[in-house]
Each structure stands twice: as C-alpha cells, then as structure tokens.
Design a protein around this ligand. Structure first.
Ligand SMILES: Cc1cc2nc3c(=O)[nH]c(=O)nc-3n(C[C@H](O)[C@H](O)[C@H](O)COP(=O)(O)OP(=O)(O)OC[C@H]3O[C@@H](n4cnc5c(N)ncnc54)[C@H](O)[C@@H]3O)c2cc1C
Length: 491
C-alpha cells in the first residue's frame, strides 16, 4: 500500500504503542490478539528478559510433550506476519532485557506507551517452610524443571551438575499437581533412551539423571485421592510407564472404588480416574477394559511410583555431608469442613535421597510496584478484568496484567490464552475511549544489549539444525554467552 503524505501523517498520529512484558504464552497471546483485533494502527513491543522467547512453553512444558508447544508455531507466525508491519500493525520482539530493572524501569514504559501489559509469569516457587528445606538434594520443582529444560539460568547450576545422582534410589515429591507427575515421569524413565533421545531435554541434565538408579518415587499429598490436582491425561501417562517395568501403587486405604459415593462418581473425569486406577492396579490379564491393555502385558517390575495421601512434611534429616537422607512427616485427616488436621503422635519417616517440592510457582512483585502503589496479593497482581489496581482499588492508567501474574500459577496454555484474549480486548476497548495521552519518545536501545526477532530466528534455526544432526527435535543453547556468541559470529 502506498501512503500519501496525508494518510502517513494520520498513521503516525493514530498509531497506538503498546508494550507487553514477558514473551511466554500470555504475553504472546496478548500480542497476537492486539495485532489481529486492533481497529487502529498499532505497534506492539514484546519485552523478554531472556534472549529467547516463549517462557514456560520452552522451559516448563515437559520435553516429551512436544505437541503442547505447538502454540509456538502460532506465535512465530504472528511475529513473522507483523514484524515488518502489516496494514499499520507492527510487532517487535526485544529479548535479553529485564523490565523493572535499572536498564528499563517500568515507569519508562508507562511514559512512552499507550498501554503496558505485565505478562511476566511466576518467577519463584512456593516453599514448604520446614527445617532442612535448604539441604543438598532438596530442590523446588521450578528449579528442577528449568534445569532439565535447559533454562540459561539453571542449565549449568552446580546444585544439580555437582550432585551425586548415582546415590538416588528413593525420591519424595511433595505435591500432586501435573508438574509433580511430569517430574515423576522424567525420573522414572530416566534410562529409557527411546523417550528422551529425540526430545529437546538438556543433554547435560539427562546424562546426569541417567546415573540415578531410581527404585521409587513417592508423590505425597496433604489431602486425599479425591482432592488430587493432576489431570487424567498425565495420570494415565504414569500408569502407561508399566511397559518399561515402572509400576504404580496406591494404598487401599487411600484408593478403593467403594470409598467413593454416587455423588462423587457423577463427576465424569473423576469417575474415569477411579476406573483407570482400578484397572491398572489389576493384573494385566484380569483387566476388563481393552483401553487399559493397549501396550500388551508389561515386563517384570523394575521400579515403582506411589500416590501417597494425608501426610504433612515436618522436616528433613541430612547425612554428614549435609545431603538429604530422610523426610519426617505426620499423618492428617480431613475435618468435616474440609480442613487438614494433623494427627497427634502420628510421625513417620521416609528415607529419601532426593526431595522435590512441587507446591506451585509463585509470582514476585516488581520493585517499582511500591512507588506506583500497585496492589499485591501475595503471589499476583490485583486487577479488575486485567486493569491493574492501586492499594486503594483504583485502576492505574495504562497498566494491565495477563496470564499467571494476573491469576496465579494455575491453568494450562489454553486457559492462559483465553485470559490473555480477555485482557487484550479490555485494552483495545479502553484505548478506544482514551484521549490521546502524552508519550515521551521510546527508550533508546542502541546502547542496551538485546536480541530481536531476527536474532531468535537464527538461534531457532541453529538449534533445529544441531538437533537434526543428533536425531533430536532440537538442541538448545544452554547459556546466554553461548547464545550471544553464536549471534555475534552470525550477524
Ligand atoms: C512445569 C510446567 C509444565 C507445564 N506443562 C503444561 C502442559 O503440558 N500443557 C499446558 O497447556 N500447560 C502447561 N503448563 C502451563 C503453562 O506453561 C502456563 O499456562 C503458561 O506458561 C503461563 O504463561 P505466562 O506467559 O503467564 O507465564 P510464563 O510462561 O512463565 O512467561 C513469562 C515470561 O516472562 C518473562 N519475564 C519474567 N520477568 C520479566 C521481566 N521483568 N521483564 C521481561 N520479561 C520477563 C519470563 O522470562 C517468561 O518468558 C505447564 C507449566 C509448568 C510450570
């Protein structure tokens, strides 16, 4: 389209500038929606603290679930469509820059943009808060997952790379969400090359993990079977590991079909879960449904996982080298109003050589939230339909939140997408009703090291090429220096 002087002037005047902080699924889906739905010319800039995009899609989702990462194709297509500008809509990616730091304060963006959307996810972990949680061999699920997924901040973390994995026979995992199940799957099939070889799991991590002669992984929950947070798909994957000699166990005390009443079994996913556990706990030739015999009779048991219930961790004990060797717990019961009550004199000990706490990711406030009077809810940003609120519950002009930092660390990519679309629609609605706000010129990036979308395309291609040579889907660069070195040698 050739623009004459007049319409060019109009585009300049009318073009809205929006910054999105964080390039995980929420940031990218927000950008996607804004670019596709804005009735006016718009320039969306996606800021990412890592030199590469995609957040937890790249560094959270399990490497053996490549289909979940298909959202990255949508994001890449969006970036390619709008990167050069299309019909007055432009997309920019700026990686390797932390917003809310001295380099680029959040307040700078608020002054230069018509709207700023915080989509920076949950950057820490919920802690157990028990003595001994800092012992060697006790890791949060977030750190562990980042490590095996090759996150540049964790890929060479000495807590993992110098840990003696050959001593890991028994593992405890605190938590019963899908992340706990992902980790169990990784640990229990650590020596099954046919699963991990083709994936983009960090080579450093899988080589270390393979050294572990794991016999048992116990997933420990404070509540009972009916309150388990994992989904049936993930649970089924665990049961299906029987084809590698990895069996599942649940004590009859916690799981038995007669424990559940008709009302509870009206919930179809729950009913399926009960059926699944019942069938897989039955010897192969006695199973009644074909669905649970898909892979043929399983080999002898080599190792097993356990779903364990109604326990509260109290403390860990360590050996002379400060390495975890056991976990002390007590038993719980659920009160009629569904609270967890610890039972007196019910202490017990589990021997564990590795303990993973999987209690959820936790959002962190930016240091500038104080001067901006942003209301913080302990793990996420207070907001009204995405509009960030002050401590007085007033919306802050131009400032929005989307994704996990808005809702807390729950929800899969599909729910994150819906959430981001709602917030983007709210932003577009507000922009329509907003007077043209004053804006200062955008920050000068010439002296700030950063990556662009073209840089990511080079990195992406190089990772795919390296992977292809090794028969893998991708081989990730594991450190920031590696990424920047590659880019400096391939201008
Ligand atoms: C271990 C794990 C496995 C999962 N598996 C699945 C699955 O199989 N299927 C599924 O559908 N969902 C899965 N999910 C859920 C899914 O990952 C989330 O729904 C989604 O990633 C949340 O997106 P987000 O953009 O809010 O956060 P994130 O994905 O965390 O993205 C936030 C981004 O912001 C960046 N950032 C942080 N601070 C700053 C800053 N100050 N400046 C600039 N950038 C910043 C981060 O580097 C990151 O890239 C999984 C989650 C986890 C933790």
């Amino acid at each position: 389209m050739i623009l004459d002087g007049l319409s060019l002037k109009f585009v300049r005047w009318a073009s809205k500038r929006i910054s999105v902080v964080g390039s995980g699924p929420s940031g990218f889906y927000t950008a996607y929606r804004l670019l596709n739905k804005s009735p006016d010319p718009i320039h969306v800039t996606l800021w990412e603290k890592l030199p590469v995009p995609y957040g937890l899609s790249r560094y959270g989702v399990a490497p053996d679930h490549p289909e979940v990462k298909n959202c990255e194709d949508t994001f890449a297509e969006c970036a390619e469509t709008f990167n050069q500008g299309k019909d007055g809509r432009k997309f920019s990616f700026i990686g390797g820059v932390t917003i809310g730091s001295d380099e680029i304060p959040l307040q700078q963006l608020l002054k230069q943009e018509d709207a700023v959307i915080l989509a920076y996810g949950c950057q820490s972990s919920r802690a157990l808060g028990i003595p001994g949680e800092d012992a060697s061999g006790v890791f949060s699920s977030r750190d562990f997952v980042n490590w095996y997924n090759g996150h540049p901040g964790f890929a060479n973390d000495k807590r993992f790379t110098e840990f003696d994995w050959s001593q890991v026979h028994r593992v405890g995992i605190i938590g019963h969400g899908n992340v706990a199940l992902d980790i169990t799957r990784v640990l229990m099939t650590n020596r099954v090359d046919e699963i991990w070889q083709p994936t983009d799991i960090s080579r450093v991590a899988i080589d270390k993990l393979k050294q572990a002669p794991i016999q048992e992984v116990k997933m420990i929950a404070r509540r009972d079977f009916i309150h388990s947070k994992f989904t049936n798909r993930e649970l089924r994957e665990l049961w299906e590991m029987e084809r590698f000699g990895v069996r599942g166990k649940i004590d009859q005390k916690y799981f038995h079909p007669t424990l559940f009443n008709d009302d509870q079994l009206k919930d179809r996913p729950f009913k399926r879960r009960v059926e699944m556990c019942q069938e897989y706990s039955t010897p192969f030739d006695k199973r009644t449904k074909k669905n649970y015999k898909k892979h043929g009779p399983p080999p002898e048991e080599r190792s097993h996982w356990v779903l364990d219930y109604l326990k509260t961790p109290l403390q860990t004990q360590t050996n002379d080298q400060g390495r975890v060797q056991s976990l002390q717990l007590c038993e719980n019961e659920l009160t009629p109003d569904n609270r967890v009550k610890q039972l007196p004199n019910s202490e017990l000990n589990y021997n564990v050589d590795l303990l993973i706490t999987s209690l959820g990711y936790k959002g962190q406030p930016m240091s500038e939230f104080k001067p901006l009077a942003v209301k913080w809810l302990g793990d996420r940003i207070a907001n009204d339909r995405g509009r960030v609120l002050t401590t007085e519950n007033e919306p802050i002009e131009r400032l929005y939140a989307a994704g996990w930092i808005r809702r807390g660390s729950q929800g899969v990519i599909a729910t994150t997408m819906e959430d981001s679309f709602q917030v983007a629609d709210q932003v577009l609605h507000d922009l329509q009703n907003q007077q043209n706000l004053e804006r200062i010129p955008p920050v000068d990036l010439s002296n700030i090291r950063h990556t662009t979308w073209q840089d990511w395309e080079k990195i992406n291609q190089s990772e795919l090429n390296k992977g292809k040579q090794m028969g893998r889907v991708r081989s990730k660069y594991l450190t920031e220096p590696e990424i920047y070195n590659y880019l400096s040698m391939n201008h």
